[in-house]
Design a protein around this ligand. Structure first.
Ligand SMILES: Nc1ncnc2c1ncn2[C@@H]1O[C@H](COP(=O)(O)OP(=O)(O)OP(=O)(O)O)[C@@H](O)[C@H]1O
Length: 275
C-alpha cells in the first residue's frame, strides 16, 4: 500500500484522509477499513426510480465481522456494491482504510479491488472454462504475483478449504458448496483487507451453508474483516455485529455478545488496503 492512508493523503478534497481516522486517536481504535457517510443510490430501471440506499453512515473497523440483514429489496446488495466499487453512489462519501475512494474511476477501483477487496457472490461467478487452480491463481497473477507465488498461495488455500485434489477440475464438475469454497479461495488469494460476501450461502444446501459459515468464522478469527449480506439468521449469528437494513437505511446496528470480537485496533498496518 502507498503511505497515503497511513500518513494522511494531502492531494486535495477528493482524495483526503478520513476525518474519523484523524480524530480516532489512541484508544479509539485504528483507521476504519470502511467508513461511509451519507451514501445514497437510486436505481433508474424500467419503472419508477428505486431509492435503494438512502443516506447510510457506516464504520467497519479492522477485524470486524459485520452481517447486513433485512427483507428482500431493502437495498443490502446495493450497499455492498457501493462499498466494493461495483456501483457508484449518487452522493455521499466513502473511505476505505482511510483513503477517500468514492470519486475513484473504474480503472482505479479495479486495481483496489484486485489487491485489497475480495468478493464472493451467491452464484460463485467462477470462470467456467478455467480449472479450479486457474480460477484461484488468476487474481494473484493479475495483482502482480509471480507464477510460483500464485501457485503456492493457491495450493495453500485449496488445502485449507478442503479442495486438495480438485485443482484440475472444472467448476461445473463441482458441487455448489465446493464451487463456493473455490470462490472463497479466489477472493482471499491476495490477502484482501476486506472480504465482501453477498449471500454467500444463498444457493447452498444446509451442509454447504454450514461449511461456508465455518470457513468465514475461521478466517474472521484470524483477523479477516468481513462484511456479509445475508437473509439467513444462522449466518448472521456468526458475525460479531448485525446491521438490520430496511428501506435503504440502517434500522438497527447491534453487537453480538458471544462471537469473536475482532481486534478493535492496531492491526491496520497488517490488514491495510494495498493500491
Ligand atoms: N440495477 C438495478 N436497476 C434497477 N433497480 C434495481 C437494480 N438493482 C437493484 N434494484 C432495485 O433496488 C432495490 C434494492 O435492491 P437490492 O438488491 O439492493 O436489495 P436487497 O436487500 O439486496 O434484496 P435481496 O435480498 O432480494 O437481494 C430493489 O427494489 C431492486 O429491485
Amino acid at each position: 500500500m502507498s503511505h497515503d492512508a497511513a500518513s494522511g493523503d494531502r492531494r486535495g478534497p477528493g482524495t483526503g484522509p478520513d476525518p474519523a481516522a484523524e480524530t480516532a486517536g489512541p484508544g479509539h481504535g485504528s483507521v476504519p477499513i470502511v467508513r461511509a457517510e451519507g451514501l445514497t443510490k437510486t436505481h433508474h430501471g424500467e419503472g419508477a426510480p428505486v431509492h435503494a440506499v438512502r443516506g447510510v453512515d457506516l464504520t467497519v473497523r479492522p477485524g470486524e465481522f459485520v452481517a447486513v440483514t433485512g427483507p428482500s429489496g431493502a437495498g443490502k446488495s446495493t450497499l455492498l456494491h457501493l462499498i466494493g466499487g461495483l456501483q457508484r453512489p449518487d452522493s455521499g462519501k466513502l473511505w476505505l482504510d482511510g483513503r477517500r475512494v468514492d470519486e475513484y474511476r473504474e480503472a482505479r477501483w479495479a486495481v483496489l479491488r484486485r489487491r485489497s477487496i475480495g468478493v464472493v457472490f451467491q452464484f460463485f461467478n467462477l470462470v467456467s472454462n478455467l480449472t479450479v487452480a486457474d480460477n484461484v491463481e488468476l487474481p494473484a497473477l493479475l495483482a502482480g504475483a509471480s507464477p510460483r507465488a500464485a501457485r503456492e498461495s493457491r495450493a495453500e488455500l485449496l488445502a485449507e478449504l478442503g479442495l486438495e485434489g480438485r485443482e484440475k477440475s472444472m467448476p461445473g464438475e463441482l458441487s455448489g458448496g465446493e464451487q463456493q469454497r473455490v470462490a472463497l479461495a479466489r477472493a482471499l488469494v491476495n490477502h484482501p483487507a476486506l472480504l465482501l460476501a453477498d449471500e454467500p450461502a444463498g444457493s447452498l444446501d444446509s451442509k454447504g451453508t454450514r461449511e461456508v459459515l465455518r470457513l468465514l468464522s475461521r478466517f474472521h478469527q484470524r483477523g479477516q474483516t468481513i462484511l456479509m449480506v445475508t437473509h439467513d439468521a444462522r449466518m448472521a449469528s456468526a458475525a460479531d455485529r448485525v446491521i438490520s437494513f430496511f428501506d435503504g437505511r440502517i434500522a438497527d446496528d447491534a453487537r453480538l455478545g458471544g462471537g469473536h470480537r475482532g481486534p478493535a485496533g492496531g492491526v491496520s498496518g497488517v490488514l491495510e488496503l494495498k493500491e
